[in-house]
Design a protein around this ligand. Structure first.
Ligand code: GLN
Length: 501
């Protein structure tokens, strides 16, 4: 039999439904890959092989009874460890939530189980989803399965292990290393798109409000949005359909029906206009990144689209705006971790309540999380609120208006996902500004709440994947997916990391 871990979401769903193999066989195959890669890649914080088997058994039983199997019947997935899962440690990769086992299930994970998925485990991430490299995880960084082709053991050099991106780096590494056919991600300022680009997989963040935030550990609530990470556009469309939908438990949830994204996939771009934002062509843009952007333009033209020049004049303010708003909201959201209600409690001898709060938070939060809390508290403080927070909110509106204006003349926007391919672990870790700069192309769409995806577009000269980003109008995930499919069909991206783990 073929190696079942070579199959993606659609192929597994169809194979299980058609009886080509059983859901149990699929779950066993992926469980084995998860276990075999754990020491080398550290993609999972907790593996849950029994949960995967149990869900698969239920699907096989349903099939035997002739019942419908669901949109993703028999597909085992990885769950980013930011989604609350009943009885299974949900840590946000932090020490402060180590050992926390929720009493409830997040809406998105519940929808996926209802659609017939099983859980392979909880995926590693940057602590509280703050980071771009997975190095802020309390449980150790994830290692990308990719390696540069120009260095490494066979050339007598030391491998420089690469970052899988962040914050959904466990998800990206696991999908690209065939530890799971798909994984959930969350994107606050690029955390689905950037890791997808770094590992040669596909990831989509839908319009803000499409997926319920209920039960997702909050980072910056006005930006946080769950999405799908998988091997290709179709698989992302299938998974997003299973994840999305109105939820009265999230006050910002969109009360709209979930479109049939998979059924309406079409790579025909005739009559569509693709905007190329001139502000993204920054001075000193990496040559390979610029080249892959040009390839993307040519592919979309070939698919029938008209290419037009557009301007998003406030682009250069997006990063500073994001790094005010996101920490401000984080400082408020993370106030709840006080040693009283969840996870860690540090109660020094003779300590009073204040001492306990301080000791718990000092011991429980990592350095990057503390940095964000400090920045956030500062920009919200009485003397600086107007200068920073209010100002950032105004600029956020201007950034949204830029997009609104641009979408008067185009249907989707094409840009690189990241300014470079994956960097080495350790390369940016001591320089937060350099790390933050990685998000420069991703945060504008987050601030505007727009759907955006990254599709693999080719390899750079070091043999590392590059991603192209498609940004769409609010609610137009279909337009984004279709442009992604047009690129995917022409890019013919088939590269994968050589197996060393
Ligand atoms: N890298 C960005 C940050 O550190 C984005 C994170 C995210 O989208 N969760 O904030």
């Amino acid at each position: 039999m073929t190696d079942l871990t070579e199959l993606g979401v659609a192929a597994i769903r169809d194979g299980v439904a058609g009886g080509a193999f059983t859901a149990i066989e699929v779950a066993e195959a992926f469980n084995a890959n998860v276990a075999a890669a754990q020491d080398a890649l550290n993609a999972f914080i907790v593996a849950t092989p029994e949960a995967a088997i149990e869900a698969a058994r239920a699907i096989d039983a349903k099939r035997a009874r002739g019942e419908p199997l669901g949109k993703m019947g028999g597909v085992p997935i990885g769950m980013k460890d930011l989604f609350a899962t009943i009885g299974v440690q949900t840590s946000a990769a932090s020490h402060i939530l180590e050992g926390f086992k929720p009493q409830y299930e997040s809406t998105v994970s519940q929808k996926l189980w209802d659609a017939g998925c099983g859980m392979l485990g909880k995926l590693n991430l940057d602590q509280f989803a703050m980071g771009s490299s997975n190095e802020t995880s309390y449980f150790g960084n994830v290692v990308s399965p990719w390696r540069r082709s120009d260095g490494g053991a066979e050339n007598g050099k030391n491998w420089a292990p690469l970052a899988p991106g962040g914050s959904s780096g466990g998800s990206s590494a696991a999908v690209s290393a065939r530890l799971c056919p798909a994984a959930t991600g969350t994107d606050t300022g690029g955390s689905i798109r950037q890791p997808a680009a770094f590992t040669g997989i596909t990831g989509i963040k839908p319009t803000y409000g499409r997926c319920s935030r209920w039960g997702i550990i909050a980072f910056a609530s006005s930006l946080d949005q769950a999405g799908a990470m998988a091997r290709d556009t179709r698989d992302c469309a299938i998974m997003l359909e299973a994840m999305a939908g109105f939820d009265p438990k999230d006050s910002t949830s969109l009360d709209l029906p979930v479109p049939a994204w998979e059924a309406n996939l079409s790579a025909d771009m005739k009559g569509k206009k693709v905007g190329i934002p001139r502000e993204y062509r920054v001075d000193g843009l990496d040559e390979d990144v610029a080249g892959s952007w040009d390839d993307g333009i040519a592919w979309l033209k070939d698919a029938g689209a008209e290419i037009i020049d557009i301007s998003l004049p406030h682009t250069r303010y997006a990063l500073p705006t994001y790094y005010i708003i996101a920490p401000a909201e984080a400082s408020s959201n993370l106030a709840r971790y006080d040693g009283v209600r969840y996870g860690l409690r540090d109660l020094p001898e003779g300590a009073n309540l204040q001492d306990m709060y301080a000791a718990t938070r000092a011991a429980g939060f990592g350095a990057e999380v503390k940095r964000r809390i400090l920045i956030g508290t500062y920009v919200l403080s009485a003397g600086f609120y107007d200068a920073y927070y209010t100002q950032a909110q105004k600029v956020r509106t201007l950034i949204s208006l830029d997009f609104r204006n641009a979408f008067e003349s185009c249907d989707v926007i094409l840009a690189p996902t990241t300014p470079s391919a994956a960097f080495a672990l350790g390369e940016n870790v001591d320089d937060p500004l350099k790390m933050y700069l990685n998000d420069v192309f991703a945060v504008p769409a987050s601030l505007a709440g727009l759907p955006a995806m990254s599709v693999p577009a080719g390899l750079n000269r070091e043999g590392l994947p590059l991603g192209l980003q498609i940004i769409g109008r609010a609610f137009d995930e279909q337009g984004v997916l279709n442009a992604g499919l047009a690129i995917e069909q022409r890019a013919g991206f088939a590269a994968r990391p050589a197996k060393w783990w």
